[in-house]
Design a binder for this molecule. Structure first.
Ligand code: HEC
Length: 174
């Protein structure tokens, strides 16, 4: 994300520059300003051309920068304006790849009906984030076959299982 201070700095910089140009132009009174606008000197014309080129360049560069940085920033935003850390962002990918076919989870817009809706089973039923994570980890490690269908064990292991569990614990029910 482009930090707010950069945006304010940018605005302040151009504000000051604009004022400076205005005062320099007005220094010799309106007539001098008019004359300097209609200058025939080559230096003056070059300066005007340079100014226009610079303006266009900035007009392209600044929005491009903002778009680029904002795009990256959005990847970490989940449902309900939650912010995901890098592990949880990875967990979202893993979940979408393997778990979403069977489970409904609003955070990845999945509507799987083979297994329970995790917004309810994990999000609503379990009060603490630690409890949610533990449930997801146990479901991944052991699998489930308690009469509600079949969930294979060990779809993920180790770090990946942790990342999925972190992600589901953070977003379920939101
Ligand atoms: C093939 C379909 C399928 C896939 C893929 C699948 N699940 Fe499941 N899951 C189920 C079913 C069915 C149940 C309920 C089984 C039961 O309790 O009898 C379940 C139950 C759960 C539960 C609830 C456990 C409990 O004790 O209430 C969690 C949490 C869960 N799954 C998470 C995941 C995660 C995370 C993934 C991806 C790694 C995943 N599931 C992949 C079918 C699936």
């Amino acid at each position: 994300m482009v930090p707010a201070c950069m945006v304010y700095g940018f605005i302040a910089f151009w504000g000051v520059l604009g004022l400076a140009v205005f005062f320099i132009a007005m220094r010799g009174g309106p007539r001098a300003a008019r004359e300097s606008l209609h200058t025939d000197s080559r230096l003056g014309q070059r300066a005007v051309t340079l100014g226009i080129v610079l303006l266009f360049a900035l007009g392209l560069v600044v929005p491009a920068l903002v778009l680029a940085f904002n795009g990256e920033h959005k990847a970490t935003v989940a449902v309900g304006g939650l912010h995901l850390n890098a592990e949880e962002v990875r967990g979202r990918e893993l979940f979408a790849h393997t778990c979403a076919v069977c489970h409904t989870l609003a955070a990845v817009k999945s509507v799987g009906r083979i297994g329970p809706n995790l917004d309810v089973r994990v999000g609503d039923d379990i009060a603490t984030a630690a409890g949610r994570k533990a449930l997801v980890l146990s479901a991944i490690a052991e699998g489930r076959a308690r009469g509600l269908g079949q969930m294979p064990a060990m779809l993920y292991q180790g770090k990946e299982a942790e990342q999925v569990a972190d992600f589901v614990a953070a977003v379920a029910g939101h």
